[in-house]
Ligand binder design. Structure first.
Ligand SMILES: *[C@@H]1O[C@H](CO)[C@@H](O)[C@H](O)[C@H]1NC(C)=O
Ligand SMILES: *[C@@H]1O[C@H](CO)[C@@H](O)[C@H](O)[C@H]1NC(C)=O
Ligand SMILES: *[C@@H]1O[C@H](CO)[C@@H](O)[C@H](O)[C@H]1NC(C)=O
Ligand SMILES: *[C@@H]1O[C@H](CO)[C@@H](O)[C@H](O)[C@H]1NC(C)=O
Ligand SMILES: *[C@@H]1O[C@H](CO)[C@@H](O)[C@H](O)[C@H]1NC(C)=O
Ligand SMILES: *[C@@H]1O[C@H](CO)[C@@H](O)[C@H](O)[C@H]1NC(C)=O
Ligand SMILES: *[C@@H]1O[C@H](CO)[C@@H](O)[C@H](O)[C@H]1NC(C)=O
Ligand SMILES: *[C@@H]1O[C@H](CO)[C@@H](O)[C@H](O)[C@H]1NC(C)=O
Ligand SMILES: *[C@@H]1O[C@H](CO)[C@@H](O)[C@H](O)[C@H]1NC(C)=O
Ligand SMILES: *[C@@H]1O[C@H](CO)[C@@H](O)[C@H](O)[C@H]1NC(C)=O
Ligand SMILES: [Zn+2]
Ligand SMILES: [Zn+2]
Length: 600
């Protein structure tokens, strides 16, 4: 009996915390040397424009401290790891000293959820507890809380207990509280970090900062998120912004477009008509920048350490009401970029195989991660050692469950969790005829598409998804727009540029530091499923689905048939295998049948 990986023969699994039933633990540890891109990376297009007040910005890093390690486009462009970034920051600080200007380092939240480093903790551990220690090694001036710090109380509590104290009052949660026990075992409701910070820069400028979270509703019990519109009415808020600083540096886990920054901005402007305001946002995972007026700029710096943001301002003309000269730049975090901008020194290898992407390949197709997950991995993983395995089934999950592409190269535990980090469980309803079950997936997708067609703005369901923390729609829309704008001649003209982000925002001047041609983009359905079994319409089968979509699925099931009203009482657990284990489940095969389903 042999074990070959469903995905690749050389599965590298560190002491598996998440395993499939019956899977043997303790695979050989195969420590690969970190692959650096062999292709020479394109240097940035032009030097950064420094002002007298400058900011390096990260947001939504989600545990990507190892950098993007795969050799497929455009991953090498984001290959800088957190150590490279730390050196970059150190060098930039030195340059700021030489130029005798201010340089702040700021983060807008979502440190949790997204890679093996943050999520692959052993049982009993806490998400990102270890990876956050590396973040503490960097000289962050201000950090703000993200929604991913609030899905699980233990994570918020860990931030409150172990992380916040290290930031010396600069971890900000203006509208986010946690409930804890005080030393007398009374419950108290207190801000997770500080609500605001006032400090002086090295050059002696006074700064007032906030750390605002958008109107998030998906937080765990014993955490509280106050609506932004209510926060700006608080007495502490009025008090905090009353005194005029040299500059407001408003940090927050809130997109700079299509969200509530204007509410915060206007509240400050109502008191200080001309004070410079620099806003550092996040959450929708895009590169974006807007100016609410001529003396402010609002920057959002992408996700997953694919972007390091830069903002500079010339603040030295105190007393004028003229527009301020701002610049912003979206850096591709890699050693070439870092070296280019700091004038310091480095080098680069290759693997081949298949690439499975979420939006760069059509669905369904052989290069679609959604196809891989729904049609190959899920039917296999969920039926391992399952007494229902002999009964035909239809399996459905949401495409948003897949968070990142799987690229050629070794498939590690880290890759497993980056692609599919959610610990959702799988449920089923038995004895649904195939004729009914086969209508569910199309009906779920049509329901979503109909809603989108009906209303131009965010419809109710999307608003609900958004408020619970789902930013996929915005991120996908951004990629699609990028692809759309660059069709035809524009794409051909940019043909000699390498693949990556091409940002269109509403600020003047040059945004993307390196010129790219956009990634191909293909629309994907909201829901995906296994291939239909070859059975007659009246065959009873198991309708299997991820718990995340239970409500919607029951609604659809009760609309495609009316013979019975299904409720949660008809639903049972299908397997102990959770969604984050599906891609890692190994396929057993005999010595003669060593063909693994997919080679990466
Ligand atoms: C299958 O599951 C049963 C019951 O959950 C368990 O006792 C048994 O060890 C499992 N077998 C394998 C091979 O994992
Ligand atoms: C992006 O990555 C590709 C693939 O390794 C590389 O050829 C290209 O030079 C990179 N582009 C930039 C701008 O770094
Ligand atoms: C995967 O991507 C890499 C880098 O872009 C490319 O060289 C390789 O050919 C791709 N593999 C397949 C099977 O498409
Ligand atoms: C959290 O909430 C539950 C239910 O409301 C409550 O019983 C518990 O005491 C709370 N925990 C803390 C630390 O306050
Ligand atoms: C608080 O409660 C815990 C158990 O819930 C108990 O172990 C501890 O002694 C209590 N502390 C005080 C000060 O009452
Ligand atoms: C947050 O905690 C503070 C301090 O205890 C309290 O005054 C405030 O009402 C709390 N806010 C929310 C929204 O729970
Ligand atoms: C100042 O900036 C505002 C907003 O960006 C713009 O509308 C206005 O034209 C600018 N004024 C000057 C004098 O450049
Ligand atoms: C997809 O993969 C299957 C099985 O490997 C193969 O038979 C088929 O030709 C592939 N389809 C395309 C479009 O490459
Ligand atoms: C399965 O459903 C059919 C109706 O579709 C019903 O007649 C039958 O009793 C059900 N069987 C079980 C075991 O629930
Ligand atoms: C592409 O090549 C042409 C001709 O060498 C050059 O003028 C142009 O600037 C290049 N474009 C990019 C995006 O590098
Ligand atoms: Zn995020
Ligand atoms: Zn977020």
């Amino acid at each position: 009996m042999q074990f070959t990986s469903l995905l690749i023969p050389a599965l590298i699994a560190a002491g598996t915390a998440i395993a499939c039933p019956g899977e043997e633990h303790g695979h050989a540890h195969d420590h690969h040397k970190r692959a650096f891109p062999s292709a020479p990376l394109t240097p940035p297009s032009r030097p950064l424009e420094w002002g007298d007040f400058n900011i390096i910005h990260t947001t939504d890093s989600h545990g990507w401290l190892l950098g993007h390690q795969k050799t497929s486009f455009p991953e090498p462009n984001y290959s800088g790891d957190f150590g490279d970034f730390a050196s970059f920051v150190t060098h930039m600080k030195q340059i700021a000293l030489e130029k005798d200007v201010d340089l702040l380092l700021i983060d807008s939240g979502d440190l949790h959820d997204g890679t093996g480093l943050s999520d692959g903790f052993p049982p009993g551990g806490v998400d990102a507890h270890e990876s956050n220690k590396f973040i503490l090694d960097l000289p962050y001036d201000v950090m703000a809380i993200g929604n991913h710090e609030l899905y699980i109380y233990a994570n918020t509590f860990d931030m409150y207990t172990n992380f916040v104290p290290k930031l010396n009052g600069r971890y900000l949660s203006s509208n986010v509280n946690i409930t804890v026990f005080d030393q007398h075992n009374n419950t108290i409701n207190v801000p997770v970090g500080n609500r605001f910070a006032k400090f002086k820069t090295r050059k002696g400028r006074s700064v007032t900062s906030l750390g605002v979270l958008y109107d998030f509703t998906g937080n765990d019990v014993n955490t509280t998120v106050q609506k932004v519109e209510d926060m700006v009415k608080e007495a502490w808020f009025a008090e905090a912004i009353k005194e005029e600083p040299d500059v407001f540096v408003l940090v927050g886990h809130m997109p700079v477009s299509q969200d509530n920054w204007p509410t915060v901005f206007n509240a400050v402007r109502a008191v200080h008509a001309h004070t410079p305001i620099m806003i550092l946002g996040g959450h929708s995972h895009i590169r974006d920048c807007v100016q609410f007026d001529g003396r402010s700029m609002a920057l959002e710096s992408g996700r997953y350490m694919e972007t390091v943001g830069w903002m500079s301002a010339k603040l030295n003309h105190v007393g004028t009401k003229d527009n301020i000269t701002f610049t912003r730049r979206y850096l591709d975090p890699n050693r070439v970029t870092y070296e280019y901008h700091t004038g310091r020194g480095t080098s680069a290898s290759t693997l081949s195989g298949a690439n499975y992407t979420i939006s760069q390949s059509p669905f369904p197709s052989n290069n679609s991660l959604l196809t891989l997950f729904a049609a190959e991995a899920m039917p296999y993983a969920l039926t391992i050692n399952n007494s229902r395995a002999g009964i035909q089934n239809v399996m459905i999950t949401n495409s948003g469950s897949q968070r990142f592409d799987v690229y050629s190269g070794p498939f590690t535990k880290n890759d497993q969790l980056t692609a599919s980090p959610f610990t959702d469980s799988f449920l089923f309803i038995p004895n649904i005829t195939f004729g009914i079950a086969s209508q569910i997936l199309p009906a779920l997708n049509n329901a979503g598409a109909d809603e989108r067609r009906r209303s131009f703005a965010l419809d109710e369901r999307e608003r609900e998804r958004y408020s619970r923390g789902d930013v996929d729609m915005r991120f996908m829309e951004w990629l699609k727009e990028m692809d759309r704008r660059s069709e035809g001649p524009a794409r051909r003209a940019a043909g000699n540029a390498t693949l990556g982000y091409v940002t269109y925002d509403s600020c003047p001047g040059v945004g993307d530091d390196v010129l790219h041609t956009p990634l191909p983009f293909f629309d994907t359905p909201d829901f995906i499923g296994s291939n239909n079994p070859d059975v007659s319409n009246d065959t009873p089968i198991d309708l299997v689905f991820v718990d995340f979509i239970e409500d919607q699925l029951l609604g659809i099931l009760n609309s495609v048939q009316t013979a019975k009203t299904y409720t949660t009482a008809d639903v049972s657990s299908y397997t102990d295998v959770l969604a984050d284990a599906v891609l890692g489940c190994t396929r057993r095969s005999s010595g003669t049948d060593r063909r693994s389903a997919i080679q990466i």
